[in-house]
Each structure stands twice: as C-alpha cells, then as structure tokens.
Design a protein around this ligand. Structure first.
Ligand code: AMP
Length: 209
C-alpha cells in the first residue's frame, strides 16, 4: 500500500508513520528527516536546504521531488511505503503522480492552537529520533530510550513555528481538496490520544485488527 500522511507540522505524522510502518512492514519516507541528515552530513543538498528549513520555509520543489523520486525507486519500496511530509505543494503532488500510484491519503487534523503548544514544547533526541514534550520531562534533558541529550529543533522555536503554520495553510492545505477530488482522502482527528489516533489510522487504511 502506497500511502501519504498529510497534515500540519506537529500533527503527529512522524510518530504515527513510524508505528504504522512497523505494523505494515513498509518503510517510512520522511523528507524532513532526509533533509536534516543531508544538513548534518553537509552534502550539497543539505547546504542548499538549510537556509529554508531554518526560516520555516519550504525547500524548492525540484530538490524534494528528486529526493523522493530516487528514494521510491529503491527495492524496499516495492511492497509499499508511507510518505511523511511529502508532497507539501500542489506541484509536488502533480510530479509524484507521474512516478507513483498512491492508494490512500491520511489527513491528520489538529487546531493551530494545539499545534503551537506541541511544537514549541517539543524536544527531540538527535541520536535515536525519540520525541518528547517538555511538560512530560520533569526537568530531564536526556532521552529515556538511549540516554543521549535532547534538543529543541531550531525550527521549533516560536517565530519559526508561526511561519511553518502559515506556509502549511497557504501551500499544503490545498492538497486536502486535491486528494479529496480523487477520492483518496481519509481524515483522522490528530488531537485525540496517540493510541486512539493510531487505531483510527489503521481503520482508515482498512487494517484495524
Ligand atoms: P518536517 O520534519 O516534515 O516538519 O520538515 C522540516 C522542514 O523540511 C520543513 O519545514 C521544510 O523546510 C523542509 N521540508 C520537508 N519536506 C518538504 C517538502 N516536501 N517540500 C519542501 N520542504 C520540505
């Protein structure tokens, strides 16, 4: 099954994508993770993407389209995948349609107020990718799973969060209608507890057990 996880930043796309991928035995493809890795490794793509990401803007379509086209050609994508954070613009969705057949689009909905609270309180482990909210850390600054230090993502700072939400409404939200018109859209309430959201996604994909 080839699936897209749509939804604003902070909706829980990444967390849910990891769980659903584990359940279905298919890879999660996060353009945000691929770009952050490229920045860490200082590749030409990473160097070009950094300025956009730091400002909360989108990296140019041509860059992410090439990344995804190449990634979907890999052998582990043969039995399906979840695209997490791609497409984010209508031109990206149109390009995707030329090299992939999408079976379902899960739109995870959360209000802007809740997203702002989630993102500005989010802390991530740079080593294993675990994510936490400051309100649950009780002052701890290390990862429960691997013990490495937690950081605030540069683009989770308050000003950048506002610009990411603006970008989402202007450029990514139009994809909701784009995929609804194709009969592919399934909407899930992302403000419910994590386990309930996970079950709702599995039901939406017809995978509930
Ligand atoms: P994410 O981890 O999905 O929130 O992505 C972090 C940042 O990476 C975004 O704010 C964008 O700057 C960039 N990015 C990730 N995916 C895309 C995409 N499909 N198109 C353009 N920029 C992207």
């Amino acid at each position: 099954m080839n699936v897209i996880f749509l939804g604003p930043p902070g909706a829980g796309k990444g967390t849910q994508a990891v769980r659903v991928c584990e359940r279905l035995g298919i890879p999660q493809i996060s353009t945000g993770d691929i770009l952050r890795r490229a920045i860490k490794e200082q590749t030409p793509t990473g160097l070009a993407a950094k300025a956009y990401i730091d400002k909360g803007e989108l990296v140019p379509d041509s860059v992410v389209i090439d990344i995804v086209r190449e990634r979907l050609a890999a052998k582990d994508c043969e039995n399906g995948y979840i695209l997490d954070g791609f497409p984010r613009t209508v031109p990206q969705a149109q390009a995707l349609a030329t090299f992939a057949k999408i079976d379902a689009v899960i739109d995870i909905e959360v209000s802007d107020e809740k997203l702002t609270e989630r993102l500005s309180g989010r802390r991530v482990c740079l080593s294993c990718g675990g994510t936490y909210h400051v309100s649950r850390l009780n002052g701890s600054t290390t990862c429960e799973k691997c013990g490495a230090g937690l950081i605030q993502r540069y683009d989770d700072k308050a000003e950048t969060v506002l610009s990411r939400l603006k970008v989402y409404h202007a450029q990514t939200a139009p994809l909701i209608d784009f995929y609804a018109e194709q009969g592919l859209l399934r909407t899930v309430d992302g403000s419910q507890p994590m386990d309930d959201c996970f079950s709702a996604i599995l039901s939406a994909l017809g995978e509930a057990k």
